[in-house]
Design a protein around this ligand. Sequence first.
Ligand code: PEP
Ligand code: MN
Length: 343
Amino acid sequence: MMNAQATPAEIANVMTHVRARGYKPIELPGADRLAIGVLGTNPSAIRDAVVALPGVVAAIPVSKPYKMVGLEWHPERSVIDVAGVRIGDGSLTVAAGPCAVESETQLVDTATHVAAAGASLLRGGAYKPRSSPYSFRGLGAEGLEHLQRARELTGLPVVTEVLAPADVAAVADAADMLQVGTRNAQNFSLLEAVGEAGKPVLLKRGLSSTVEEWLLSAEYVVSHGNPDVVLCERGIRTFETGTRNTLDLSAVPLVQSLSHLPVIVDPSHATGHRHLVPSMALAAVAAGADGLLIEVHPSPDEALSDGPQSLTFEQFDLLMNDVRRLVTALRHQLVGVASQRPG
Ligand code: PEP
Ligand code: MN
């Protein structure tokens, strides 16, 4: 932590000392003073080397195992810009669309509908992680083309999952945001690859990840050069079988007390049942989530994946009306909705 009056020469001197010891210094400008972040495995060695340098006020170890995603490192909340849609700025962002891209018509119809209802991002998987190798695993590259077409027609930026490091470049080329799914939340080589992809990342919580493990997964992405991470609570595996997963809503305020990254909630995968989605979506808004991820399908009973949890267009309209009323009651602002569909 530099003194508020530290000179550029004193700052440069600290950076040089840190580098000389083999660490990478990162400048962290604060409201009234600069901090220099140092990542490494031997904090006391570096502390002793810099604490007495001119201009240094203190050398403070970051207590949490994650560093760059934590509030200690970065006290201001991050706002993530996804092709002009801002997540985490106090508004509520709704991403909606089918589980999987099945055809151009299915995707464009859904995109047109969710855009009119007030969603600001389009979701849809072209590469699908499926528990069974015999299930529909997505259209792949053709699905990416449909996503681009839907974006052209509706203006909605697109978020889609990437399953493997080898696909990151192609998916990053086509999409505005890369989703890392629950099954890959601890696939560290994939996390590193999306860290270098130059597109914002939507990082689902691992099926059995603690909040700390989830934040450490985010740390992989951020420490590989990509600060634009949005966290997504999508339910965790418990002994309960009445729902597909158990939605951990307490994770929303917990994450917000530990990290500056925005956190959104996916009540579709969390519950697995369409009739449970609206109430959990509203509960997530009330809990302070920065956004929602909702699966919507033109004909859920015919969906190739996750039909039982997908909302019909009509159900999505009703939910968005309730979300709008709740957001108004909570005095948040719903981006892009009020102007598109009043009432
Ligand atoms: C999805 O979003 O369609 C998906 C597969 O989600 P999750 O990784 O949370 O199961
Ligand atoms: Mn799905």
